[in-house]
Design a protein around this ligand. Structure first.
Ligand SMILES: Cc1cc2nc3c(=O)[nH]c(=O)nc-3n(C[C@H](O)[C@H](O)[C@H](O)COP(=O)(O)O)c2cc1C
Length: 220
């Protein structure tokens, strides 16, 4: 399959069937992703792949954390207040998502419930947390972003769906405790993955991209 067709097929998936990948599949996918590029080849990603009983335990702990009403306390400060066309695109993505499941713009409670599904990993059988040492800052974040995209395309090639989730970096404490992460390691974001539920309306969500001219300038 060409990279182009993989890119065209991939879309963030937010409903999964209960069919875990085998240990062999997980090993193969994450072995391939090790070929991802990084600045000076430092390979700063530390990836925690959570499945089975630990995933259930973590989901319950996340639910308690978000129900407690505490403010997010991410390890890294990466929540921008989007402006101008970025804000419009953010609205566009939210409208596409909520529109696919029939949630009205003014229905705050339904939107919050839909948002909360992030911390239940959208019922995916697996979730990966992309961690790096806290001192690394923006360069480490670039490398983790490249790694995550590499991973998602490798998965897509094998028919495995995923959703990257900044939400999974917002309340790091339950994961820190259950996964026994050392203090110097921070969670930047995460990704739920598995086989897509083909019947779930939320998986019909599609987003658009700006025209080439809005993103790329060519110079001679
Ligand atoms: C770094 C990053 C963080 C994201 N965080 C979330 C998230 O917390 N929850 C979610 O449902 N989608 C999240 N997404 C998915 C984006 O909303 C999605 O990629 C975007 O709307 C484009 O849609 P597409 O992936 O279907 O092409 C994230 C994507 C990226 C790259």
């Amino acid at each position: 399959m060409s990279i182009n067709s993989i890119l065209k097929q991939r879309a963030s998936t937010r409903a999964f069937i209960d069919k875990p990948l085998s240990t062999g599949q997980l090993q193969e996918i994450f072995t391939s992703a090790q070929l991802s590029v990084s600045n000076c080849n430092v390979q700063p990603w530390q990836v925690m792949v959570v499945s089975g009983d630990t995933r259930i335990q973590l989901k319950q702990a996340f639910m308690r954390a978000i129900m407690s009403g505490n403010n997010p306390n991410p390890d890294f400060d990466w929540t921008p207040k989007y402006q101008n066309e970025h804000r419009q695109r953010q609205f566009g993505a939210a409208n596409a998502l909520y529109g696919s499941v029939g949630i009205a713009r003014e229905d705050k409670q339904a939107r919050m419930q839909s948002m909360a599904r992030n911390w239940g990993f959208f019922d995916a059988p697996h979730v990966a947390f992309f961690c790096m040492e806290k001192y690394l800052g923006i360069m480490g974040a670039v490398d983790l972003g490249v790694y995550a995209q590499t991973l998602s395309l490798i998965m897509q090639e094998q028919g495995i769906a995923s959703c990257m989730q900044g939400a999974l970096g917002q309340f790091p404490d339950p994961a820190r405790e259950i996964l026994e992460l050392p203090d110097e390691l921070g969670i930047l974001f995460g990704m739920s993955f598995g086989y897509a539920d083909p019947d779930a309306p939320v998986n019909k969500t599609r987003t658009k991209r700006a025209d080439l001219a809005a993103a790329v300038k060519f110079y001679n």
